[in-house]
Design a protein around this ligand. Structure first.
Ligand SMILES: [Zn+2]
Length: 183
């Protein structure tokens, strides 16, 4: 049985990702609230991620969504005055590469500034479209695997000049009717 010790980076990230998958199924089915089927999805994915029998899917299908969703702000849906937003801010080593770039309008772009995605959302009292959060979590997991941080304590990653702020990563998700997949 996978242990849910959210003080460990790997557990926290996979728990958040498993919750995201749970939320995704509930939004897809237009549910008002979570039901046992959703919790089963979450438990299965969390266990699989923890024991290595499952993987977070490659960034590829997120790239496909980005292309299909066309030229609009990934945060608010505006179609004017678009720029590219670095999900991991460049200031903290975020790369100038496709998996780190999404369209954002100037207004969202300047409001986000150098803030972490989830930090910015909290500041706005909002929650991102799930497909943006999924992309973000994949970037975080990939980064932590590369830097061998998965077994670290979460508290050791706080205030560490990383391209993300681990203390803002959601471990509980809003009810499905308050969520969207894409704008
Ligand atoms: Zn916008």
């Amino acid at each position: 049985m996978a242990k849910k010790d959210l003080n460990i980076v790997k557990n926290l990230l996979f728990w958040s990702y498993a919750n995201l998958a749970m939320a995704h199924t509930a939004v897809d089915r237009k549910q008002e609230k979570y039901v046992p089927f959703n919790y089963m999805i979450r438990a299965k994915l969390f266990k699989g991620l923890m024991d290595g029998s499952m993987n977070i899917r490659t960034i590829f299908d997120d790239e496909k969504i980005k292309l299909l969703s066309g030229n609009k702000c990934s945060y608010c849906g505006a179609t004017d005055d678009l720029a590219l937003d670095h999900i991991f801010p460049q200031k903290y080593g975020g790369k100038d590469a496709g998996d780190n770039l999404i369209y954002a309008c100037r207004s969202c772009n300047s409001s986000k500034g150098k803030k972490d995605l989830m930090e910015w959302m909290e500041y706005k009292d909002s929650f991102p479209p799930l497909m943006i959060l999924r992309r973000y979590l994949k970037l975080v997991v990939t980064y932590c695997i590369e830097k061998k941080l998965m077994e670290s304590q979460v508290k050791d990653l706080v205030n560490n000049n990383l391209p993300f702020k681990i203390e803002f990563i959601p471990v509980t998700y809003p009810k499905p009717h308050n969520l969207t997949l894409v704008v």
